[in-house]
Design a protein around this ligand. Structure first.
Ligand code: SIN
Length: 482
């Protein structure tokens, strides 16, 4: 852990800096609610300084080769892998998630560095068949410019990896504002960048609680050519509106309300295992968590028994304690939201089969919960819960359940379980979501496009399309070729 012991400064132009008004803010461990450390509470001026440094770095390194950038990313990847245990401990300390999940997150983060280090070496651009014999047509790809990123607390290292790695691969420079709840993983990544040949100024980290102010600078500054954001739909809409004046490219990974459908021809054990992963990863605090679980009537009794057996095996506790599988919720607001949604559902007629209340460990721990008799109109099925709660709804008809699954403004992830090949294609094509898990609860990979439709966002991260998001396509039209 020593490498990451004193993460108490922001990172601008390759230097560790204090905020321009010298203010600081504490970072809390959600497991103990104690302060871990304090970091600079950067101001608008600090954000501007970071953008200016990123602009100079972008200009200075405009002519680097793809192979050179690939090397930086591979060095970064190796540094992350070499420090995996310490990074995972840091992720658990600031986010509360169980250590095993933090290790998986660090590996997931590293995989973006590796993937984009490799993919930038592949051909970019294309040769186009000319429409007349005296022309030659082609496209080339160029970096978009200075990128600003705003990342959430639920995956403090992976969410920034999926933005920073492709941006650097493409030849962009990056200014990051990590969530105020979890700035340390971003600073650790900055520290590891010092072990690579990455030139100064290409990666900057601005820590701050002044989210609106920093967002304002990012969306209005003329040097910023792209905004990439993961977070709530509400904030995403604001950033989009603010970015309009300077016509910025945007990638928005926003909220979800994932349906999880278990058809009568599903393998029930596989479905319950998939649900445990999809629902309880990070205590239910992921944008792709199963939020509404539709179970065919014929399977309901067996399903509830199998699910109850598994949920009773979950162990709530400090993520650093061996055996803990469910950590605390991130903060009091997150806890209050979950408690209120569960209480309201019970008052409106839902039955609590397991859990349903704050855990006796206190703090922001909430009991893993199963609610039955839930309906489509309850707040719990219309809101992204972000907690360890399974709301169970029943259905009998395929057409009807697809309509209900799609009846939400959101469209990030959707899951269904069926052994019928025709149904697999039929349902996949009809569900309105960007990512579909079929007989699978774990859907996130660096080499698979990740993103949503409708109010869940714009653009995709990961895979080739995730690199494309940081490149401009330029068409070359060569005429009068003899
Ligand atoms: C998210 O919750 O925003 C992303 C989760 C993931 O990448 O698996």
């Amino acid at each position: 852990m020593s490498l990451f012991k004193s993460l108490d400064s922001a990172f601008i132009d390759g230097e560790w800096i204090k905020s321009s008004d010298t203010s600081i803010f504490p970072v809390f461990n959600p497991a103990s609610l104690e302060s871990i450390t304090q970091v600079p509470n950067c101001t608008k001026n600090d954000a501007i300084k970071a953008i200016e440094s990123a602009k100079i770095a972008f200009r200075n390194h405009a002519k680097t080769s793809a192979f050179e950038r690939s090397n930086w990313l591979m060095q970064w990847y190796t540094a992350i892998e070499d420090n995996k245990a310490a990074l995972a401990e840091l992720v658990t300390q600031e986010s509360g998630k169980p250590l095993a999940e933090a290790i998986a997150e660090v590996q997931y983060a590293a995989s973006f560095f590796q993937w984009f280090a490799e993919s930038i070496k592949r051909p970019q651009g294309e040769i186009i068949s000319p429409s007349t014999t005296n022309k030659r047509l082609m496209t080339i790809k160029q970096p978009i410019g200075v990128v600003a990123g705003i990342t959430p607390w639920n995956f403090p290292i992976a969410m920034l990896a999926k933005k920073v790695a492709p941006a650097i691969a493409a030849g962009c420079s990056f200014v990051l504002k990590p969530a105020a709840e979890t700035p340390l993983s971003a600073l650790a990544l900055a520290k590891l960048s010092k072990q690579t040949d990455l030139p100064k100024g290409l990666f900057n980290v601005v820590t701050s609680t002044h989210s609106a102010d920093i967002g304002d600078v990012f969306t209005t500054h003329e040097f910023i050519k792209k905004i990439t954001f993961t977070g709530s739909t509400e904030v995403g809409k604001k950033l989009l509106a603010q970015s309009a004046d300077t016509i910025k490219s945007t990638s928005m990974e926003l909220g979800g309300n994932a349906p999880f459908i278990i058809f009568d021809d599903a393998d029930l054990d596989t479905a319950v295992d998939g649900l445990m992963v999809s629902k309880f990863r990070n205590s239910g605090q992921t944008c792709v968590c199963a939020n509404r679980v539709f179970v065919h009537n014929a399977l309901m009794e067996d399903f509830l028994q199998k699910l109850t057996d598994k949920v009773n095996l979950l162990s709530v506790g400090n993520g650093l304690d061996e055996g803990s599988t469910i950590g605390p919720l991130i903060n009091q607001n997150g806890f209050d939201k979950v408690a209120t949604l569960v209480q309201a559902a019970i008052e409106q007629g839902a039955t609590c089969l397991v859990g349903g209340k704050p855990h006796n460990k206190g703090g922001t721990y909430f009991e893993p919960t199963i609610l039955t008799g839930v309906t489509d109109s309850m707040a719990i099925t219309q809101t992204e819960i972000f907690g360890p709660v399974v709301p169970v709804l029943s259905f009998t008809d395929e057409t009807d359940v697809i309509a209900r699954a799609n009846d939400t403004p959101y469209g990030l992830a959707a899951y269904f379980f069926s052994q019928n090949l025709n149904r697999v294609f039929r349902v996949s094509e009809q569900l309105k979501a960007g990512i579909i898990g079929i007989n699978e609860g774990m859907i996130s990979h660096a080499n698979v496009p990740f993103g949503g439709v409708k109010a869940s966002g714009i653009g995709r991260e990961g895979a080739d399309v995730g690199l494309e998001a940081y490149l401009e396509t330029k068409s070359l039209c060569i005429g009068n070729v003899a």
